[in-house]
Ligand binder design. Structure first.
Ligand SMILES: C[S@@+](CC[C@H](N)C(=O)[O-])C[C@H]1O[C@@H](n2cnc3c(N)ncnc32)[C@H](O)[C@@H]1O
Length: 206
């Protein structure tokens, strides 16, 4: 799907995703809490969607969220109000971030690389805008390591992609490796469908 098609698709799904936010917390909350709960300073949430990650961040962070979809960003704005917290939300393409190099102490992103037309470009952008001494944290979903689930995903991959623009049989570790990023820590859960990462933007050189 093109970026414009993805934007249209999320315009259609924004309300539904917002309404089923409780399900996202139920299924992925603990992975978000573990990966994002200790970030500090100026934080960028790339493809922040309806703001599902916001409640897992420490209250002290200076939050910036970007997304391509204005409808998703409107729900994220509601989320900030609900949580009585501050943040700056901007419409932007993750593959071409409009920030200077080394702008953020931490860059976080969840359930996003499956949807970016060019996930490698987006990961390289995350690395560029993160300070060398900072951290990149991801919670991604992909192909299960349980055979019957993976077979179902394979069978439905094209239909799922056509409907949502999501490559749900992707292998997040391969995508991160292709971007040339240095993984400090990674975990899997939910039958292998969730992979989390702590990435060193400096590649261990700093
Ligand atoms: C599955 S949702 C995940 C949202 C949120 N991060 C979460 O964990 O619930 C994927 C999000 O990626 C956004 N997105 C897709 N392509 C994008 C791009 N190129 N730049 C910025 N956002 C993008 C969509 O608008 C959508 O909000």
């Amino acid at each position: 799907m093109s970026l414009a098609e993805i934007k249209d698709s999320y315009a259609e799904y924004a309300d539904w995703i917002h309404r089923f936010d409780w399900l996202a917390h139920l299924v992925t909350g603990r992975y978000r809490r573990t990966r994002f709960g200790d970030v500090d300073g100026k934080i960028l949430d790339v493809a922040c969607g309806t703001g599902t990650n916001f409640r897992y961040l420490p209250e002290t962070v200076e939050l910036v969220g970007i997304d391509i979809s204005p409808e998703m960003l409107a729900r994220a704005e509601d989320r900030l109000t609900e949580l009585d917290t501050d943040g700056t939300l901007l419409q932007m393409d993750a593959q071409n971030l409009d920030f200077a190099d080394d702008s953020f102490d931490a860059v976080i992103s969840s359930l996003s690389t499956c949807t970016f037309p060019d996930p490698v470009a987006a990961l390289r952008e995350m690395s560029r805008v993160c300070k060398p001494e900072g951290t990149i944290r991801l919670v991604e979903h992909g192909r299960s390591d349980v055979r019957p689930i993976a077979s179902y995903q394979e069978w439905r991959t094209d239909a799922h992609y056509a409907q949502t623009g999501c490559r749900w049989d992707q292998r997040p570790r391969d995508v991160v490796a292709e971007a040339g990023l240095t993984v400090q820590d990674t975990t899997t859960g939910l039958f292998g469908m969730i992979t989390t990462f702590e990435i060193d933007p400096d590649g261990g050189d700093g």
